[in-house]
Ligand binder design. Structure first.
Ligand SMILES: CC(C)(COP(=O)(O)OP(=O)(O)OC[C@H]1O[C@@H](n2cnc3c(N)ncnc32)[C@H](O)[C@@H]1OP(=O)(O)O)[C@@H](O)C(=O)NCCC(=O)NCCS
Length: 361
């Protein structure tokens, strides 16, 4: 019996004998989330735009979102989430040897928000960098951290998703400004075998080993136009661009909607079935929270029960890279996710980008 099976006595039970053998490099040891205090209800928009609480709830499932007040950087928003995730993992900040920070609203152009967060946590020495994959950012960051652990470059990686879209949306565009919220979430990914392990472990027949079982990432750069925030070296801010609001987020909502539903269903099915599992074996689907209707349509396409598709978009709106780790942290806190839950993460976002991860909590 290897060290992993010894730590998972339930793996010997008959119930899970149908699970395939999987190879695991890392597992999530703890999660945390943080959102700003300030609640923005739908009535805020109805007070100055041609929209209504009813339209927003009906078309998106969103009732309220949180926005920062004044100037707050992504690393500041992320710090409480990171500290909670580290504490839940039973670690101290100085034991973290890598920070992978998913965001498209970083503190500065450079240095990275990962380095700012490192400074805030009072640690140094491990690696730290940002990942830009828009709403798929957290999944990209998690898969990157898993690969860093597999390569032996790190043993305890803080994976963060934090975004502050209230600073990049056009507050006068009803098609987009109602959709987004600010927030941060984090997990700590540790080498699967624990501190003494080499960082790689293969499970036996029980299949109850906790950790990342499979993942996939993808992108299609032909879709850069359908969702973008054109501010950067190819579109520097000018007096004219500022006057015409040209540098704010733009989206072809209907197109994004259709692509998101199709891709989320495809990647879930693929990451689960190509690795020998069935959709029925998955306990929870934790997908990027953009719109309730997208999540419902994804669930319908996959033929899975509604209660398996976790949601909190109603309270936070679309928090981009933060949405999945916020949902994970809430589900862990509420006891929905328990040791051994089989979870499928999936995201779709600007780029266009997508990604999925199958893991055992
Ligand atoms: C944005 C979104 C909610 C719009 O919903 P929709 O049902 O597709 O609505 P449409 O874009 O077809 O617009 C229908 C009408 O509602 C209007 N409308 C758009 N936003 C509105 C709002 N906040 N209030 C009232 N009316 C609104 C549109 O102007 C349009 O009016 P028109 O027919 O007179 O032109 C939806 O497309 C969506 O969620 N897309 C994906 C967004 C997303 O998830 N992005 C991030 C992905 S990572």
């Amino acid at each position: 019996m290897n060290a992993e099976l010894a730590q998972n006595p339930e793996a010997k039970g008959d119930k899970h004998e149908a699970f395939p053998v999987v190879s695991v490099n890392s597992r999530i040891a703890g999660s945390g989330m943080h959102v700003p205090e300030r609640v923005i209800p739908n009535s805020h928009f109805a007070s100055y735009l041609e929209t209504s609480d009813e339209w927003i709830r009906d078309r998106t499932g969103i009732s309220e979102r949180r926005w920062v007040e004044g100037t707050v950087g992504a690393s500041e928003l992320a710090e409480p989430a990171a500290r909670r995730a580290i504490a839940r993992a039973g670690l101290k900040p100085e034991q973290i040897d890598g920070i992978v920070f998913a965001t498209v609203t970083p503190d500065y152009v450079f240095p990275s928000s990962a380095c700012f967060l490192q400074q805030r946590l009072g640690i140094s020495g491990g690696l730290a960098f940002d990942v830009n994959a828009v709403c798929s950012g957290f999944v990209y960051a998690l898969v990157t951290a898993d690969a860093l652990i597999a390569k032996g470059l790190c043993r305890r990686v803080l994976v963060v998703g934090a975004d502050i879209y209230s600073k990049i949306i056009n507050h006068n565009d009803r098609r987009t400004c109602v959709l987004f919220g600010d927030g941060a979430g984090a997990v700590v990914l540790v080498a699967a075998g624990g501190d003494e392990a080499t960082g790689s472990a293969v499970t036996g027949g029980g299949g109850m080993i906790r950790g990342i079982y499979a993942s996939e990432l993808g992108a299609d750069g032909s879709g850069t136009d359908i969702l973008c925030t054109p501010m950067g070296t190819a579109a520097p801010a000018t007096p004219d661009s500022l006057l015409t609001d040209a540098h704010y987020l733009r989206m072809e909502g209907r197109e994004v909607f259709k692509l998101a539903v199709r891709r989320l269903a495809e990647i879930n099915q693929h990451v689960i079935e190509a690795n020998g599992f069935s959709l029925e074996q998955v306990d929870y689907f934790v997908s990027h929270q953009a719109n309730r209707r997208i999540l419902q349509a994804m669930g319908k396409n996959l033929g899975i029960p509604d209660e398996k598709v976790l949601m909190n978009v109603e309270r936070y709106g679309n928090t981009s890279a933060a949405s999945i780790p916020i949902l994970l942290a809430e589900a862990e806190e509420q006891g929905t996710l328990t040791k051994g839950s089989l979870v499928a993460l999936s995201a779709f976002g600007g780029g266009v980008t997508w990604g999925a991860v199958l893991l055992r909590w």
